[in-house]
Write a protein that binds this ligand. Structure first.
Ligand code: GLA
Ligand code: ZN
Length: 665
């Protein structure tokens, strides 16, 4: 893929305006005005491309592709499997999803297809092949956008059979192995054959944690094999055109990291909940997600495939963001590694479910709107940042956020059921680094830890095979690893490790045994004294026995007052920390600040950043971003050039409310 400029575009649906083609030419004029250089077409166009079975009509798409090319815009061409024509559903009901009560959906909505159905897979392959054959040589074709936001599951008989076959492969066709690993002796759940297994169901089996985990893995693998089925004809016919699919913020229905292996680049759809007063929390939360998607491909650029230029239509209340917020949001994506800024959507539909969703062009249809002017401003800024295109970013710190662990922490029954909030906990541990401008990756638990000076694995309850060894090797070799509450309790089938926690030999690495776990009612706090300062623990506290670890903090009240709450153990050349409780923000912040100092990590900005301001480096550019509605003055001991204005910056930099600057040394 040759890309020189940041891609600026978004979802474009000219097929909805086929009766008023003057709108198409108007779109081209307006896109030029807004600085748009790309359009994503065909996402839900199947019924326009194949109105009746086997009757293909590409004439309108030919025109659209030609028009985009003539106007110098790249086409991100979608495969249409996210929604299907009615004729297909009527002809072969097996393409429709069955819910967990066994009832088949009728035709309707979108994302309503069986992941296993051979008929659906074949029809998808065929339409994708036709698209690839038709546009393989088209000069506008830039990238494939596979389907749209894969999600959901199907419980039909075809999927049940596929699940049983999947289990046979996972458990070596040995039902006794499955019974043992699922601990099926409990409540008389032993199975005598794989044929007896069904998907977890509300009215059926839903109390076997390992079944639920297996089902999650199976559903995820089904999406991935569905994706591979879609990609096969594209790779065959257009081997040089990159393939992506748009992922969603912290969505856990698919193990995205496994899916990413099948893609040329990762892209995601970002819909932050910005407000007009203070976006510091959301700024960190979105930074965390950008870092996660970037880390999926080892720091390579990703695409911001969708974002809204103003409002969405699907929240209970959809307040308008004030001008500047969309711009800041777009710049943040680029800073964290995006090589594109794209919207849902270019033009608001006239009818249908999403007509009140924000769009660059609204129903007035002109450039004389606030939202259009804001978008056009971004269109002027992005070309000045082209130097970042292709630039990779790697953190020296990694936060572990593992999809399978997210499933496991959701499923187990015990200790506390509310506020498990795995992603929230990981995001909270990301914040100290974000606010100090320390580049941070977000990785899975079985990623290579060697590149990092510090790895933090919050609430890592499940250890996948090999993870304990990897932690041991990492710490032994000089790494610093932080574990927190409920660390290393179970294996991938949710079987508890025996002989004391943390399991799999990690007691030796951490020099502690977690003997019991206390859950705290919502209003209760446990006092913790760490490094001479007082903090509050909430939600969950592990009770530790130090078996060699140095105690850095202790619980201060309750019957376990005086016992260890924070420990560190020297192991090999490294150090293993255990912060045994869920801590309030000030604890996480101070604890991480101590680690940053001890390791000698530096942020990308040499001076102290004010609250709500983040600093991110990409290539030669440094982005300073203000997520608050207050102006901020950032001290700046170095001398920089403002990339957008050409001004020299030294001494200090002023950031307006929700403003930013991009600097170079
Ligand atoms: C998702 C979808 C789009 C559109 C937007 C609306 O991201 O991919 O098709 O529905 O939401 O916000
Ligand atoms: Zn199915």
């Amino acid at each position: 893929m040759k890309q020189e400029h940041i891609i600026y575009g978004g979802d474009y649906n000219p097929d909805q305006w086929i009766r008023t083609k003057e709108i198409w030419s108007e779109d081209m004029r307006l896109m030029d005005l807004a600085g748009i250089n790309s359009a994503t077409v065909g996402i839900f166009s199947w019924s326009m491309l194949e109105p009746r079975e086997g009757e293909f009509d590409f004439s309108w798409l030919d025109e659209v592709m030609d028009m985009l090319h003539v106007h110098g815009k790249k086409a991100i061409l979608a495969t249409p499997s996210g929604a299907r024509p009615v004729w297909l559903a009527k002809k072969a009901p097996e393409v429709l999803r069955v819910d967990e009560s066994g009832v088949r959906n009728e035709y309707g909505v979108r994302h309503n297809h069986c992941l296993t159905s051979p008929v659906y897979r074949e029809k998808v392959r065929l339409i994708n092949r036709k698209l690839a054959e038709r546009y393989a040589k088209h000069p506008a074709l830039f990238m494939w956008h596979i389907s749209n936001e894969y999600s959901g599951e199907c419980h039909c008989e075809l999927c049940q059979q596929a699940f049983r076959d999947w289990l046979r492969r996972e458990y070596h066709n040995d039902i006794d192995e499955l019974n043992f690993k699922w601990w099926n002796g409990f409540w008389s759940h032993n199975l005598s054959s794989f044929d007896e297994v069904s998907s977890p169901k509300y009215r059926g089996e839903n109390h076997v944690p390992a079944l639920k985990l297996a089902w999650n893995r199976f559903v995820s693998d089904s999406h991935i094999s569905f994706l591979e089925n879609e990609i096969a004809p594209l790779r065959e016919i257009t081997p040089d055109v990159p393939v992506t699919t748009n992922m969603m913020r912290l969505f856990k229905g698919i193990d995205y990291r496994k899916m990413a292996e099948k893609l040329d680049l990762v892209s995601w759809d970002s819909y932050p909940s910005w407000n007009n007063t203070d976006n510091t929390e959301e700024g960190n939360a979105i930074a965390f997600v950008h870092d996660l998607f970037r880390s999926m491909k080892g720091g390579k650029p990703f695409f911001l495939m969708e974002s809204t230029p103003s409002i969405v239509n699907w929240k209970p209340v959809n307040p308008l963001p004030q001008s500047g917020i969309t711009e800041l949001s777009s710049i943040q994506a680029v800073a964290h590694g995006a090589d594109s800024v794209q919207y849902f959507q270019w033009r608001a539909s006239r009818g249908g479910h999403e007509k009140f969703h924000g769009a660059v062009v609204d129903h007035t249809g002109t450039e004389h709107t606030r939202v259009f002017r804001d978008a056009a401003k971004i269109g002027q800024v992005l070309p000045k940042l082209d130097a970042v295109v292709g630039k990779e970013t790697r953190g020296r710190v990694a936060i572990v956020n593992d999809c399978e662990n997210a499933w496991a922490t959701d499923i187990f029954c015990g200790f506390f059921s509310e506020n498990r909030d795995y992603d929230g906990v990981c995001t909270a541990w990301h914040k100290p680094f974000w606010k100090r401008g320390v580049p941070t990756d977000v990785i899975e638990s079985d990623a290579d830890l060697a590149p990092y000076d510090l790895v933090i694995a919050p609430f890592l309850y499940m250890l996948k095979p090999g993870v304990a060894d990897s932690i041991r090797r990492y710490v032994g070799g000089g790494g610093r690893f932080v574990a927190t509450e409920l660390f290393a309790r179970v294996d991938r089938d949710d079987l508890c490790f025996l002989g004391g926690f943390p399991g799999e030999g990690l007691r030796e690495v951490f020099g502690v045994t977690a003997e019991e776990t206390d859950a705290l009612p919502e209003t209760e706090r446990r006092a913790v004294r760490y490094n001479g300062r007082d903090y509050a623990a909430h939600t969950v506290c592990d009770l530790l026995r130090a078996d060699g670890a140095k105690v850095l903090g202790t619980y201060e009240n309750g019957f376990y007052a005086g016992t260890p709450a924070v420990t560190v153990n020297g192991f090999g050349k490294g150090r293993a920390y255990y912060a045994a409780f869920r801590g309030e923000e000030s604890f996480i912040d101070d604890f991480c600040a101590d680690l940053i100092e001890e390791i000698g990590l530096t942020g990308v900005w040499p001076d102290q950043l004010p609250d709500g301001v983040s600093a991110v480096e990409r290539g030669d550019l440094v982005f300073l971003m203000n997520f608050t509605s207050e102006p901020k003055r950032v001290p700046s001991s170095g001398t920089y050039r403002n990339v957008l204005t050409g001004d020299t910056v030294s001494g200090k930099t002023e950031l307006p409310p929700f403003g930013y600057v991009v600097l170079t040394r």
